[in-house]
Write a protein that binds this ligand. Structure first.
Ligand code: KG4
Ligand code: ZN
Length: 346
């Protein structure tokens, strides 16, 4: 494990996350102990519009940010004076949303003189695995699947990543959300498809499993989404009733098959024996079961965070921020929101 070059001193990180529709703050001790994890979700608000409205997200973040930070400090039983550093997500994400967290973190850093550590949102999602799995250490392969990302990453060391696969079109969560909307389930679709699938037959309809010629680890979900839409249209034209549970289960199975195949192939090819999942879609119950089963049969140790740590939260940013802090990462007051920040970029 990365050595804490600071003797036995405890390191407390105040972390802030506001990249999309969650205003969140947390206090994390020594990287893996969550003292508080406060999340103010805007989901109910955006549900009215069928998806995240960026302008509304920014405004809500401004309303909530100070309150969420205060709550996180209070719940942790600590104060700004006792905090060692302030970590904040500065990308990728919605620029207006990110700016709220970044500005709050810069203001706190300026006022207290505590160091500022900018964190990559995906690095946060990956690091969520360190919180409940104290023994987990790099190297391992991590599949990050959320509303905005589908990345297959080799975590070589703390803060050292190689992205070996990514989606060419829709993110996995985006595909769940779009298919859910098409079968009338509403937003956010992932959890609803997860639930409805339990009543359906995953073998009822064969939807395509896309392969990307140029890179065996890349994903493509737009063809699958179109196949579902075509299936729904053709049922309508023929006057057939659609069994939405079968559609949900068959679609979900098609996504999972591809994710499992690509991920476990990567673990083998890179000579590793540990695999982790992260991001909102990583809460999917069938996805977890499929990985659990396949990893067990292949002798791979499988790691996954609790659902509350899969969704956007600040505890994961605190953990990633801690390892960045130990490595000496410090940002100045010129830190800006970077909506398309690349993983591993400083
Ligand atoms: O990580 P996250 O909270 O936010 C982003 O960074 O995007 O991920 C949200 C995504 C949404 O697309 C949501 O539908 C999906 O994760 N999701 C799920 C489940 N829970 C959330 N997808 C499938 N099954 C679930 N149980
Ligand atoms: Zn996320």
């Amino acid at each position: 494990m990365l050595n804490r070059n600071m003797g036995e001193k405890e390191i407390q990180i105040l972390a802030i996350e506001s990249s999309c529709d969650e205003t969140a703050a947390a206090v994390v001790k020594n990287g893996r102990e969550v003292l508080s994890n406060v999340i103010s979700s805007q989901i109910a608000l955006h549900t009215l519009y069928g998806g995240v409205v960026p302008e509304i997200a920014s405004r809500k973040h401004i309303e909530k940010i100070n309150q969420v930070i205060e709550e996180a400090l209070e719940e942790a039983g600590t104060t700004l004076q006792q905090i060692d550093a302030i970590a904040v997500t500065y990308g990728p994400g919605l620029v207006g949303a990110l700016l709220v967290g970044v500005s709050a973190a810069k203001a706190l850093s300026f006022a207290t003189g505590k160091p500022l550590v900018g964190v990559h949102h995906i690095e946060g999602h990956i690091s969520a695995n360190f919180i409940e799995n104290k023994e987990l250490e790099p190297p391992f392969v991590c599949l990050v699947v959320s509303g905005g990302h589908s990345h297959l990453v080799v975590v070589k060391d703390y803060g050292e990543y190689e992205i070996i696969g990514r989606t060419r079109d829709d993110a996995a969560g985006e595909a769940f959300d779009k298919v859910a909307r098409a079968i009338g389930l509403g937003y956010p679709g992932g959890p609803k498809i997860d639930k409805l699938s339990k009543e359906g037959n995953p073998e009822a309809i064969h939807f395509p499993r896309a392969k990307v010629e140029e890179n065996m680890y890349d994903f493509s979900f737009s063809g699958l989404k179109s196949a579902v839409l075509n299936y729904l249209n053709s049922c309508e034209m023929k006057g057939e009733t659609v069994n939405t549970a079968d559609v949900a289960a068959s679609f979900q199975k098609a996504v999972i098959d591809v994710l499992v195949e690509h991920s476990l192939h990567a673990v083998k090819e890179y000579g590793l024996d540990k695999f982790a999942i992260a991001g909102g879609v990583a809460s999917n119950s069938s996805l977890r079961e499929a990985f659990e089963k396949e990893c067990q049969s292949k002798g791979i140790k499988f790691y996954y965070p609790s659902p509350i740590l899969c969704t956007d939260n600040a505890a994961m940013i605190g953990t990633a921020g801690y390892y960045e802090y130990l490595k000496g990462t410090r940002h100045g007051f010129d830190l800006n929101a970077v909506p398309n920040l690349k993983l591993g970029e400083r």
